[in-house]
Design a protein around this ligand. Structure first.
Ligand SMILES: [Zn+2]
Length: 286
């Protein structure tokens, strides 16, 4: 087992957007491909159900009804039905929104935080650098950074639980783990936050273990499993939306290395349809 305390994991997606494949995968086609807005419900033995991100929600459409935010929707057309929401997904697991005490935010792009307001009781866990990078942006810069401030609740600061990364050498079966900045989120070895910046400043992935498998939920460090399996970086054009291309490349290479060193770890990019179909529920309709 990769971690010291096992959890249960349910992978889902709330809506999807479409992009031409070549943007996200070098050598890909011009045809539009659906990218599910993935999220995870992690059942912790002590803290109960926890969300990692939320996918889209109807709030996203309210927030992008007018310019300049409407640009976001034009650039990434979104398909979403109310029954796709994280709240509905949880209901199918027998859970209520009020059961969620924590939401981990991998980063602050709209397709990851759009459902946060649906969970008024949850405390919000994230890397301070991720929020600092977007909190003071003006309206145009915020849209360019994929951030819609209206998606966050008014009491966001009061409910925030920022976490910090420690630079540490982390070994597994005698081999160095390729990512060096790790954070034990609850201090019990169950959920390990990993700095995977580059796509967005302060982006955090999560390492966890269920009773049967190890997982690395790597947020948007890659858009699809094929990217690290076939070592295909996104098109240079996709660099426009990245916070730091050099860091993106470094973390991309680390992900490739992780996959080669530890092929049994199930790497789950937020927007990978294959990974969601293989190991999750709720993405099959996409
Ligand atoms: Zn993103």
């Amino acid at each position: 087992m990769l971690t010291t305390t096992s959890v249960k994991l349910h992978l889902g997606a709330a809506g999807y957007c479409t992009h031409p494949e070549f943007l996200t995968l070098r050598g890909g086609s011009l045809r539009p491909v659906a990218f599910p807005a993935g999220f995870a419900c992690i059942i912790h033995p002590v803290h109960g159900p926890i969300l990692l991100d939320t996918g889209y929600s109807s709030r996203f459409f309210k927030e992008t009804a007018h310019l300049p935010n409407a640009l976001y929707r034009h650039i990434t057309p979104v398909v979403y039905r109310e029954e796709d929401s994280a709240v509905h997904f949880l209901a199918r697991l027998g859970l209520k929104a009020s059961d969620i005490r924590y939401i981990i935010l991998s980063h602050f792009h709209g397709d990851h935080i759009a459902g946060v307001r649906d969970f008024p009781q949850a405390q919000l866990i994230y890397l301070p650098r991720a929020y600092d990078a977007v909190r003071s942006l003006g309206p145009i810069s915020a849209v360019k950074a994929g951030f819609l401030s209206g998606l966050l609740p008014e009491d966001f600061d009061a409910r925030s639980l920022p976490v910090t990364m420690q630079a540490e050498r982390w070994m597994r079966a005698g081999e160095d783990f390729p990512f060096s900045k790790v954070c034990d989120i609850f201090g019990d070895g169950s959920l390990l936050g990993v700095d995977v910046s580059g796509h967005a400043e302060g982006m955090m992935g999560i390492l966890l273990s269920t009773e049967s498998h190890d997982y690395f939920l790597c947020a948007d460090a890659v858009w699809s499993s094929r990217a690290f399996q076939e070592q295909r970086r996104p098109h240079a054009l996709a660099g426009i939306i990245m916070s730091d291309r050099l860091t993106y490349r470094r973390n991309f290479d680390r992900l490739v290395q992780l996959h080669q060193q530890f092929p049994a770890i199930r790497i789950v990019p937020s927007h990978c349809r294959e990974a969601l179909n293989a190991w999750g529920t709720g993405a099959e309709e996409v």
